[in-house]
Design a protein around this ligand. Structure first.
Ligand SMILES: Cc1ncc(COP(=O)(O)O)c(C=O)c1O
Length: 400
């Protein structure tokens, strides 16, 4: 009898961990590596949020709470969804979990049976396909290539839907590309979804507040109210409020699904951290004033990175609408050889040689399901970004 489960064999180890380990190894050896692989803001959590957590501790709010969240936070989530997205939800339709990640995982665990298909547009957040596999489902990948701004077309969506399709996982603005769907683009996708009542939609709105220029965020149930009953709207405080370590995410959707998710959570982690829930309440209800200045900073950084990368022959870097990532294509560099003698026959070879030879850690595109690209997170200082792009330029100049 095998000790490890068969389910585990369906899941691959995270390719991003390989890059992280390599970065740590080089740093330990004294190399001055610039890490651009982190998926979190470099800002500190705002003081009003930290103070709410300290006050919660002082007031003895340190015990278990109801499994899927305190009523105060559920009500604040309902108010937020009404205020920002024009969506009406009752607290009974809300689930609070340990990060958006747990909420997504609960939803998939609560609904997937063997053979159920989940459509995932690529490039995708690395966790989606493996979560589907862990839950016993089948990921069905459809590509959103560079030519369509890393977005899927209604035709591609229509083609991928089968009678076994249970979910579409939709993420805009996207990790890893930063691409955001306009109202009209999303409407065109929802028209397809309206024709297939067996398909539910997981709308991952994690980067809602991190948008630039004149891009306006919109979410599935808002764009097509006819999909309200089959949409789970997922969001969290990690990104916009610089609270990645506090681990609070939430979802709103059909009561039956929320109840099923509660059952899973009750037998795994119970409630998310009590103190973090009180902090998240302040995040949602307190001042939102820091979001705009943070976004101005992110936009400046995005513009620097996009301009510097596009100046490199062989690299094409679209300008993203949101999040804090760029996803440049290296199609023009495939087949070349680095100064150190590595044949650049894939984006993995590119990212590995870039790290080994020029000390920049980025994540290769294959990890996100679309090649040949790499992902840079620009959630770091301008100084770091300029130095990193200068090193990438030097690496590419050395290719023959
Ligand atoms: C697209 C997307 N969804 C969900 C998450 C999960 O975030 P958290 O679990 O911190 O709420 C992340 C984090 O990187 C993400 O990029």
């Amino acid at each position: 009898m095998a000790f490890l489960s068969d389910t585990l064999a369906r899941v691959k180890p995270s390719p991003t961990i390989m890059m992280t380990n390599k970065t740590l190894e080089l740093k330990a050896a004294g190399r001055d590596v610039i890490g651009l692989s982190a998926g979190e803001p470099d800002f500190d959590t705002p003081d009003n949020i930290k103070e709410a957590a300290v006050a919660a501790i002082a007031a003895g709010k340190t015990k278990y709470t109801s499994v899927d969240g305190i009523p105060e936070l559920k009500r604040a989530v309902c108010a937020k969804l009404k205020r920002d997205n024009g969506l009406d939800y009752e607290p009974a339709q809300v689930s609070i979990g340990t990060g958006g990640k747990q909420v997504l995982y609960n939803a998939l665990m609560a609904t997937l049976n063997p053979g159920d298909e989940v459509i995932i547009p690529a490039p995708y957040w690395v966790s989606y396909p493996d979560m589907v596999l862990l839950a016993g489902g089948e990921p069905v990948i459809i590509e959103g290539p560079l030519e369509t701004g890393f977005k899927i077309t209604p035709e591609a969506l229509e083609e991928a839907i089968t009678p076994r399709t249970k979910w579409l996982i939709f993420n805009s603005p996207s990790n890893p590309t930063g691409a955001g769907y306009s109202w009209d683009e999303l409407k065109a996708l929802t028209e397809v979804l309206m024709r297939h009542p067996q398909v539910h939609i997981l709308s991952d709105d994690m980067y809602e507040h991190l948008v630039y220029d004149d891009f306006t965020f919109c979410t599935v149930a808002e764009v097509e109210p006819g999909l309200y009953d089959r949409t789970l709207t997922v969001n969290g405080v990690s990104k916009a409020y610089a609270m990645t370590g506090w681990r609070i995410g939430y979802a709103a959707g059909p009561v039956e699904l929320i109840g099923a998710m509660r059952k899973i959570q009750s037998q795994s982690t119970s409630n998310p951290c009590t103190i973090s829930q009180w902090a998240a309440l302040e995040a949602l209800e307190g001042t939102q004033d820091f979001i705009a200045p943070n976004n101005r900073l992110f936009k400046r950084r995005r513009d620097i990175v996009v301009e510097m990368l596009n100046a490199i022959p062989g690299i094409t870097c679209p300008k993203p609408d949101g999040a804090f990532y760029v996803y440049p294509s290296i199609a023009g560099l495939i087949g070349k050889t680095s100064k150190g003698g590595t044949l650049i026959d894939s984006d993995e070879a590119f990212a590995t040689a870039l790290l080994e030879e020029n000390d920049v850690a980025a994540v290769f595109g294959a990890a996100f399901g679309l090649s040949p690209n790499f992902r840079i997170s620009y959630a770091t200082s301008e100084e770091n970004l300029i130095e990193a792009c200068t090193r990438i330029q030097a690496f590419c100049d050395g290719l023959t």
